[in-house]
Design a protein around this ligand. Sequence first.
Ligand code: IMP
Length: 197
Amino acid sequence: MIDKIVMATNNAGKLREVREILSPLGIEVISQREAGVNCNPDENGETFAENAMIKAKAVYEATGLPVIADDSGLCVDFLGGRPGVHSARYAPDGEKCSKLLSEMTDVPQEKRRASFNCTIAYIDDDCSFTVSGECLGYIGYEERGENGFGYDPVFIYGDRTLAEMTAEEKNKISHRGAALKALYAQLKRKVNKDADK
Ligand code: IMP
């Protein structure tokens, strides 16, 4: 029976989203700080899944409780998938979009495809798995919109950037929203199986 999960983050926004999605399952989600853990493992994996599992394992080993951890980033086709797992370190916040636009000057529309990717890893005493979500779009030619964070002002989905959407609109189509839906489905199956035992 899962009644409590530690999320390997102290990010209030991520915690809120995960709490909302898992509350129908009666699962309490606590932050890594609330679990009394202060670890920051080297995220040296080559994929989002590897990095998510590195974070989940570190917190699981420290707490012995079920843990979820996520890793996400932006992959740009023209840049061979960069910045990818290095999205957070690509440039300081506030300079990420301008640096990306400067790498994409004069690149024609049909070569500007990109995706946001998010993988969530889960681990407990008897299983571990990862689920992923993707949001497909392309990189615009300028920054637009005031909402969101990171690369949102240059990532176009449909005819708007993610920074021109409300948080609610973005959650419906985002990589993180898709991964969270997949996580909910997996955990629901697990909770039901445990109840049948
Ligand atoms: P993390 O997995 O939360 O550490 O995210 C890695 C990096 O990817 C962040 O620092 C952002 O720059 C970028 N990123 C991830 N998700 C999003 C998003 O929804 N919008 C904009 N940037 C994002």
